[in-house]
Structures are given as C-alpha cells and as structure tokens.
Design a protein around this ligand. Structure first.
Ligand SMILES: [Zn+2]
Ligand SMILES: [Zn+2]
Length: 394
C-alpha cells in the first residue's frame, strides 16, 4: 500500500459508506459486497473479480482502525486526490514524493500541508483557478455533501417498490454570488489555510491532524466584499422535493444510496450522494422474512384432523387455495410459491403459511354432542402417554 494509493483511492466510495460510517456499518457493507462479488459466485467474470479486489483492499484499510485513521489523515491533507495540477497549472500529475511526508522525516508539527511541499510544489498545486480575481491562487473543487434522509413506506410499498416524494433541505450555492460569497464574485484565498479549508496541528509524531479552518469556515475562500444575500458564506438553504424510486423488496431500516443525489459540489466538484433510510410500517396480517412473506391462518380442528382445502389471502393478489393434508399439526408451515416479496431480479419469494388450530369457544348443542361422541370414540387414547414415557427416560 503506497501513500499514493491512500490519496487517490476513495475506499469509502468503494464500500458505499459515508466518511463517518461506524465500524459496524463498514463491516456490514463489506460483507454484503464481498458476497455479491465473490469470485466463487461470479466464475469467469473479470469485472466482478476486479471489484472484489477493490472491495477487499478498501476493507483492509477501513476495517482496521489504525489504518483507517492514517488514511483519513492522508486524505484530509491531500484533499481526496484533488491535488493534480489543473488547467492553468503546470500540467502533468501531482507527483512529488509523498513518502517523505509519511516517513516521519519532516519532523512533528509541520503546520500544514504547505510545509511538506518544499520548493516548487505550491505553484503547481494552487495555480490558476482564481486568476481572474487577481489572487493568482487556485482552489480545488470540492465534492458535495452526502445527505441522509428518511422515508416511511407502507408494508405493500416496501414489497412492491414505490416512488415517493422526498423533501430535502440542502446547502446550495448562493445564487446572488454564484457561491463565491463575494459581491463581485472575487473572493480571496484564505491566508490562514492557503485555500485548503483545513489547518493542521502537529501531534509530535511526524503526523499532523487536520481541523476545518476557523477563519474561512472550511471553505478556503474569504469574501472581500461579503454578499448581502448569504452574508459571505456562499451558501443558501434550498429545499426541494425529489421523487425517489425505492426498489421493490426493501426491508425495515435498510439504507439506500442514490449516487449524485446529495449536496451539490463546489467549484466544479461532483455532487454528494443521498442516503435514504427506509422505515417500513407493519402489516396487520402479513410479515416479512427476507424475500418471503409470512401469514398465520386459523383452521379448525376438523380441517386439521381430516384435511381439506384452505383459502389463504395473498398481498395484493387473489387468494390462493392450499391443500391441508389430513393430520396437519398446529404450527405447521406450508409454502405458497411465488406469492412472496419481489426480488432484485423480478422474481418473487414465497408466502409461508403457518397453520393455527382454533379451539371453538362457543359450542352449539349439536356440536357438543358430536364432540362428546368423538371423545367416546377416542377413549383410551392418552395424548400425554409419550410425554410421560419420555419424562421417565434419561
Ligand atoms: Zn481558511
Ligand atoms: Zn451570496
């Protein structure tokens, strides 16, 4: 693992988790992806194999709290691989020796990324973008924020999939100043953080931690003449309603990622992602077990004992008829194929029907006589004989 990998690869993106994901979320995301792209499950599929390698590599780093910390710090320092000389820069890739920075040769408390660049690096890195403003300094594009939202679906919507309106408020660039925060659109680069939006403090071990710059609130820019609309922040609250397609078969508390539907990027950066946490309302009759739906169906004693045909409701479709074999015990589960939840591939799981033998509370005289006759006919059969026999043994 080279430091260059650290800077250029977005392991969070590879695992589809946000930067502040918990260890458990990372583990879960990794397991899910590893199963999906495992070479055993994708024989001969080179793309899946490549993806599997990426996933494993990402997990090696993010799954190890020490490595993850180093990775986060390296990326905070070098800005998500954004340190390439852009248009107006010197051209070519950013390629000074990162190893120096991480080898501890720089000593503690470098006082920021700039400390490590040495002689000619700064011009390449910061050249260009804001030339028009006369500052001669370029600020890197920044990816938009990941946004998390929630939605509650009915049980049926979760099974069938649904398009739901999602109202979101986000930080959009201020229209009045095109997001620069400056009345004339000519902000200057923050002198404190040199436009990185982050300041470092030394930890004494050759490493430094980064914090958002206080002076520019992490933007890297300071308005010379603050915009009246956004007071120089460059941002405006915008709230919009989006139609979001929730795929069929989602389960309660599942987190869905919608790529590029998050906060807008700044200065040409890509938009963030939108994560939707889905809550699913319970159904009075049906339950969910993965792709399968469950239902408990009451049958009376004679149906269970003699067998018969039982009509069973399905979710959103006509009832199905199940053949109950004679002598079906209470609690037996039977399967109505293809009457379950929609899977990713469009097929459906099954409906698991559990039989519950009902004991009548009220008996008509005729029914009581019939049961008395039944009792007589089965006299001598002790339903607990086996129980007592077993209780004696062992
Ligand atoms: Zn600053
Ligand atoms: Zn503004």
């Amino acid at each position: 693992m080279s430091t260059k990998d650290f800077v250029e690869k977005d392991y969070y993106k590879v695992l589809g988790v946000p930067k502040d994901a918990t260890d458990a979320e990372i583990k879960k995301a990794y397991r899910k992806l590893a199963r999906e792209f495992h070479p055993d499950a994708n024989k001969g599929d080179d793309k899946a194999e490549e993806r599997f390698k990426e996933i494993s590599e990402a997990n090696d780093v993010l799954g190890d709290s020490k490595k993850r910390k180093e990775y986060d710090e390296a990326r905070a320092l070098f800005g998500n691989g954004g340190f390439r000389a852009g248009p107006g820069g010197a051209g070519g890739n950013f390629n000074f020796d990162l190893g120096d920075l991480f080898g501890g040769t720089q000593g503690g408390g470098q006082g920021g990324a700039a400390g490590g660049f040495g002689g000619g690096g700064l011009g390449d890195v910061f050249g260009g973008l804001f030339n028009r403003g006369g500052t001669g300094t370029r600020v890197q594009p920044r990816r938009g924020q990941d946004i998390e939202s929630e939605v509650t679906l009915s049980f049926t919507e979760a099974v069938e999939g649904a398009t739901v309106p999602l109202r979101m408020s986000s930080q959009a660039p201020c229209k009045a100043c095109s997001g620069t925060g400056d009345k004339n659109g000519t902000p200057r680069v923050c002198p404190t953080c040199l436009g990185t939006g982050q300041v470092s403090r030394g930890t004494g071990g050759g490493f430094s931690l980064t914090d958002p710059c206080v002076d520019c609130k992490g933007r890297g820019l300071i308005a010379q003449d603050p915009c009246d609309v956004c007071k120089g922040s460059g941002r405006a609250k915008s709230s919009k309603t989006m139609q979001v397609r929730i795929p069929a078969g989602v389960s309660d508390n599942q987190r869905i990622r919608l790529r590029g539907k998050g906060g807008p990027g700044e200065r040409g950066g890509p938009a963030g992602d939108l994560y939707v946490v889905v809550h699913v309302d319970a159904h009075p009759v049906f339950g969910r077990k993965g792709d399968n739906l469950t239902v408990t169906v009451p049958v009376d004693f004679t149906e269970a004992a003699l067998g018969g045909e039982v009509k069973v409701p399905t979710l959103g479709g006509p009832p199905v008829t199940l053949k109950l074999p004679a002598g079906t015990p209470n609690g037996r589960t039977m399967r109505a194929r293809g009457k379950g939840a929609v899977r990713k591939d469009g097929t459906r799981g099954d409906l698991l029907v559990t039989v519950e033998v009902k004991v009548p509370g009220d008996l008509s005289n005729e029914a009581r006589d019939a049961l008395e006759a039944y009792r007589k006919a089965t006299a001598g059969q002790d339903p607990r004989a086996e129980l007592f026999q077993a209780a004696k043994g062992a």
